[in-house]
Design a protein around this ligand. Structure first.
Ligand SMILES: Nc1ncnc2c1ncn2[C@@H]1O[C@H](COP(=O)(O)OP(=O)(O)O)[C@@H](O)[C@H]1O
Ligand SMILES: Nc1ncnc2c1ncn2[C@H]1C[C@H](O)[C@@H](COP(=O)(O)OP(=O)(O)O)O1
Ligand SMILES: [Mg+2]
Length: 215
């Protein structure tokens, strides 16, 4: 795919220097669900790379038509496309006074993380939602009943799992070595999983703080 790069002024984002959390895990591991809970409690900005890509597809652009084919195949879209969409969204959020970011579904390969961190700023922590393949498949198939997503079908789910095992699994080792990885056992209920998440965010933001979600 011919990559058209955008010129994005990152100065406001770099000056804000707010905490950044990468949120990783297999398809259906609960990244989006837990991010919603985190946003309610801590008022952070939630950016899902998948949602940004789906919005690009919805826009009806020529690029969107190329993206949907890649997503249906369960493969990763080119790094530059995702990173530019994330940068643009982050700059918009920071101008509104963001306190920090949940970057959900990114990095999906080690190179994505390295490039983000060198072009923007290092991540504070990487939250990894650890779930068995069996549970991932079950949750995605259940989500398929209502999501309308082109990739929530058994053929694409299998390909996404292969992509996850090949490209994304090394991301966890990469950040473990940097002592930034938080591995969350994510088979339980949404509340149970969230209770494993909050201590790590409290280490960054303080435990008694109810950050105003509206601020
Ligand atoms: N702890 C959980 N137990 C059961 N179902 C869950 C849990 N967390 C999320 N789900 C459901 O599983 C599906 C995938 O969750 P989602 O947050 O979209 O995951 P991801 O963003 O990692 O793909 C959704 O239908 C969601 O409602
Ligand atoms: N960081 C990224 N790099 C490359 N492709 C990405 C990407 N984030 C999302 N995609 C593409 C490939 C994914 O299979 C698809 C759906 O992503 P998603 O919405 O984050 O899935 P899920 O929430 O089920 O984990 O979009
Ligand atoms: Mg998601």
């Amino acid at each position: 795919m011919a990559i058209e790069r955008k010129q994005i002024d990152l100065t406001p984002l770099k000056n804000a220097n707010v905490p950044i959390f990468f949120i990783v895990g297999g398809p259906g591991s609960g990244k989006g669900t837990q991010c919603e809970r985190i946003v309610n409690k801590y008022g952070l900005s939630h950016l899902s790379s998948g949602d940004l890509l789906r919005a690009e597809v919805q826009s009806g652009s020529a690029r969107g038509a190329q993206l949907v084919k890649i997503m249906e195949a369960g493969e990763l879209v080119p790094l530059e496309v995702v990173l530019d969409l994330i940068k643009e969204a982050m700059v918009n959020e920071v101008k509104k006074g963001s306190k920090g970011f949940l970057i959900d579904g990114y990095p999906r390969e080690v190179k994505q993380g390295d490039q983000f961190e060198s072009e923007i700023q290092p991540a504070t922590l990487v939250l990894f939602f650890d779930v068995s393949e069996d549970t991932l498949v079950k949750r995605c198939l259940k989500r398929a009943e209502t999501s309308g997503r082109c990739d929530d079908n058994i053929e694409t789910i299998k390909k996404r799992l292969a992509t996850f095992n090949n490209a994304t699994a090394p991301v966890t080792d990469h950040y473990e070595k940097k002592h930034k990885l938080v591995r969350i056992a994510a088979e339980g209920t949404i509340d149970e999983i969230f209770s494993h998440v909050t201590p790590h965010l409290d280490r960054v933001f303080g435990s008694n703080q109810k950050v105003a979600a509206s601020a």
